[in-house]
Each structure stands twice: as structure tokens, then as C-alpha cells.
Design a protein around this ligand. Structure first.
Ligand code: GLN
Length: 278
């Protein structure tokens, strides 16, 4: 008998699906040895349904997240924000207040809460589907006591925050059609469509961040390839650019901004804890 995984890999490859072998393996494991179920999964994959929607799972920051239609699938480049946030904060034990704007599956909020043991956070999303999935994920990761979800737009969060993260929709409306069919025909348009120039969400964020940020707070924003104009939008709103961080592919992916003296004051506090400087 022919190896079902190998046979499926060949079919996926013939349909020009890029990660044919890995997809076939994951779907085989998810079918738990039932060939009829596996064949249904392969048929769905052949119609470009993302593997993560078929299995209902996606790994992010080495954590397992529930995902489903209506929720953007966590992407590896978004881990850049988690990595950089941890670098900026230094001390992981302080009781930071986090805000994740457009939380989707909750992956950024949850990854950060897992790393920052005394932090609390709010995830905001306008999508009921996203909030339902984020809520499941908070429960699964044991974080319901340290996090709250808020339904609404960019301005829906109450209070001020030490660390703000956002992976907003940033694809130009006119470019949506050119996205791979996996993304274009399956993932939620609200999580991708950034308006005519792709920058609509950043305009709202630039307006709101000065209100949301505590005096020592920082915000980390994911940007799309080549979206350097976002820096200008933030600076025009009175924010200071601290850093632009590339993802693993070398693409500038994460902006770190704050109010004028945000990082300096964080640094001073850290030095203060160790006694007088020399
Ligand atoms: N990077 C995503 C993509 O490839 C876009 C995500 C977003 O708009 N935030 O489709």
C-alpha cells in the first residue's frame, strides 16, 4: 500500500502548495490515523484552506493557540514584537499593564503575559469571532485572572498602559486581491485591509497612543514591508521613535515608539533599584 502522507504530499505539490510535505504530515497527525478523515483534510487543503483552520491550532511563541475562521492566523514575524518587548522591558517581574489592540487570537497578549509573570493586560478587538477565540485561549493558558477582553474599536480600552502592542491590518485595499488564495479567500478581511494606502489603522493609533501610554510606556507596532511612512505618522502625533526592528527575514517589522522620555525613565528606575550610579 502506498504511504498516505507521501501520496498526499505529491497531490499538494502538484497543486503548487508550498509546504506540501509539512502540511500533509500535520494533517495526517490531526486525522489520527483515519484515512477517510485525512482525505477530507487534504481535499480542504487543496482548495487552499489554511492548515491552521483545518486543525484549529497554530503555534506562536512555542505556545499552542486555538484559531478558526474569522481570526487571523498568528504569523512567525509577529514574534518579533514579543522578542523586542521583552528586550525593552528588561525586568520581567514588574506589574506592567499591557494593551493589545486588535488582539485577534490573543497571541501577542498571551505570549507576553506568559513571560511577564506579574503583568495584567487588556485585549481589544472589534470582531466577536476573534474575541470568542481569544477568550478560549486565555482560558487554555490559565490567564483569565490577569487579562480582560474588550469589544470595540481602537479607542475602546480604558486607562493607561506601560506596554502596548498591535498588529493592525496593513495591507493596501488594492493589494488584497494579489494575496495568496490561502490568505485572501480564508482569513478575515478586517484583520488585513488597511485602507487605500494600508495606513488607516496607524492614523488611528497615532492619535490614540499619546492618550494610552503611561509616561514611561512604550508601544510596539507591527508594520508591513516598506511601510516606513508609519514613522512620520507617529512623529507627527508627538511620539518618539526609539527603534525599528527587523524580523528574521531582515524586513523592518516592528516600530518601538513612546512619549519623549519613556525609555530613559524606565532605565533610570532600573538603575535606581541598584543604588546610586557612579
Ligand atoms: N503579514 C500579513 C500577511 O501576510 C498581514 C497582516 C496584517 O495586515 N497585519 O497577510
Amino acid at each position: 500500500m502506498k504511504d498516505p502522507v507521501r501520496e498526499a504530499t505529491e497531490r499538494l505539490r502538484a497543486a503548487k502548495l508550498l509546504s506540501a510535505r509539512a502540511d500533509a504530515r500535520i494533517l495526517w497527525r490531526h486525522a489520527e490515523g483515519r484515512d477517510d478523515v485525512f482525505q477530507q483534510f487534504i481535499a480542504r487543503r487543496l482548495s487552499h484552506e489554511p492548515v491552521a483552520y483545518i486543525t484549529g491550532h497554530k503555534e506562536f511563541w512555542s505556545l499552542d493557540f486555538d484559531v478558526g475562521p474569522g481570526v487571523l492566523i498568528p504569523r512567525p514575524e509577529t514574534e518579533t514584537l514579543v522578542e523586542q518587548a521583552l528586550r525593552e522591558l528588561g525586568d520581567r517581574t514588574r506589574s506592567y499593564r499591557l494593551l493589545d489592540l486588535g488582539t485577534g487570537s490573543g497571541c501577542l497578549l498571551i505570549a507576553l503575559l506568559k513571560e511577564l509573570s506579574n503583568a495584567t493586560g487588556i485585549g481589544v478587538d472589534a470582531s466577536a469571532d476573534a474575541l470568542a477565540v481569544a477568550s478560549t485561549n486565555l482560558l487554555r493558558h490559565g490567564l483569565v485572572n490577569r487579562a480582560a477582553l474588550v469589544a470595540g474599536g481602537w479607542d475602546a480600552a480604558p486607562g493607561q498602559f506601560d506596554l502596548i502592542v498591535a498588529n493592525p491590518p496593513y495591507v493596501r485595499s488594492g493589494d488584497l486581491q494579489a494575496l495568496p488564495p490561502d490568505v485572501r479567500d480564508n482569513e478575515p478581511k478586517e484583520a488585513l485591509d488597511g485602507g487605500p494606502d494600508g495606513l488607516d489603522a496607524y492614523r488611528s493609533l497615532a492619535f490614540l497612543l499619546p492618550r494610552y501610554l503611561s509616561s514611561t510606556g512604550i508601544a510596539l507596532l507591527e508594520i508591513g514591508a516598506g511601510q516606513h511612512q508609519v514613522v512620520g505618522l507617529m512623529e507627527a502625533a508627538g511620539l518618539v521613535l526609539f527603534r525599528i526592528v527587523p524580523d528574521l527575514a531582515g524586513i523592518p517589522r516592528c516600530l518601538v515608539v513612546g512619549l519623549g522620555r519613556g525609555l530613559e525613565r524606565l532605565a533610570q528606575k532600573k538603575i535606581g533599584n541598584r543604588g546610586p550610579t557612579r
